[in-house]
Design a binder for this molecule. Structure first.
Ligand code: G3P
Ligand code: CA
Length: 245
């Protein structure tokens, strides 16, 4: 059965990558959440998509140039005025501490180290996952595949997944080559044959970001492993309508 991951929580209706967004995804019945991790000047892991705080908060500057104390003061409500001053940039540990209290909620941690190299991001992430006893519920993904190999070396027990945008040739073989058990393609890069072949090789396929009901329905009917959506509540409804009683 196709699983539903709330992309940046429930980013279609809540400020992305904030606690209220993650809580909304879980409340909507999502099987998992997806979040993005960057590192502050003082080495703290924070949950924010961009390399700068400019788009999603009322601050400016690169995450790498700001301390956690400075980032924690920012309003992360973005364009959702109803959440003004009530949404902040969470630390990764804060999200994990909450997530472990949810019933078997899956957590996809995307390491945002494709543009800026954050030394130690892999070790720090894995330490938090282990400390929170979430090894079986976490999938680490990245567009930086060197980082995925490093994660696998540090923690063979945590699943890794390959993020990619376009026509990767035999992606299931590529995944196997770097020890990844999952493929996270841009949805345009997914075809039924890729889903089938990958699953035959024991590799999960979870496309992003699927917001159209027709595509959700298609992926559910093709028995795709999972997909990421900004609208988990809608996706749960579509899944229910397409699940035989
Ligand atoms: O992990 C899927 C998706 O989140 C990757 O792209 O830019 O939304 O982080 P992006
Ligand atoms: Ca992401």
């Amino acid at each position: 059965m196709t699983l539903i991951f709330g992309h940046r929580g429930s980013a279609g209706n809540y400020p992305e990558n904030t606690m209220c967004s993650f809580i909304a995804a879980s409340t909507a019945g999502a099987d998992g959440i997806e979040l993005d991790v960057q590192m502050t000047k003082d080495g703290e892991l924070v949950v924010i998509h961009d390399e700068t705080v400019d788009r999603t908060t009322n601050g400016t500057g690169y995450v790498k140039d700001l301390t956690y104390e400075e980032i924690s003061q920012l309003d992360a409500s973005f364009k959702f005025t109803q959440f003004k001053d009530s949404a902040s940039v969470p630390m990764l540990n804060e999200v994990l501490e909450w997530a472990k209290q949810q019933d078997q909620l899956l957590i996809n941690i995307e390491l945002k180290n494709g543009i800026i190299d954050y030394p130690g991001i892999e070790e720090k992430t894995i330490e938090l996952v282990r400390n929170n006893h979430l090894v079986k519920q976490v999938i680490i993904s990245s567009f930086n595949h060197y980082s995925l190999v490093k994660c696998k070396e540090i923690s063979p027990e945590i699943e890794t997944a390959v993020l990619y945008m376009e026509g990767l040739f035999k992606p299931w073989a590529y995944a196997a080559n770097i020890g990844a058990k999952g493929l996270h393609p841009y949805y345009h890069a997914v075809k039924k044959e890729i889903i089938l072949q990958s699953q035959n090789y024991g590799v999960a396929v979870r496309p992003f970001t699927v917001n159209e009901p027709a595509l959700m329905e298609k992926l559910i009917k093709e028995n795709c492993t999972a997909f990421f959506t900004d609208f988990p509540e809608l996706a749960v409804k579509v899944k229910t309508e397409n699940t035989p009683l």
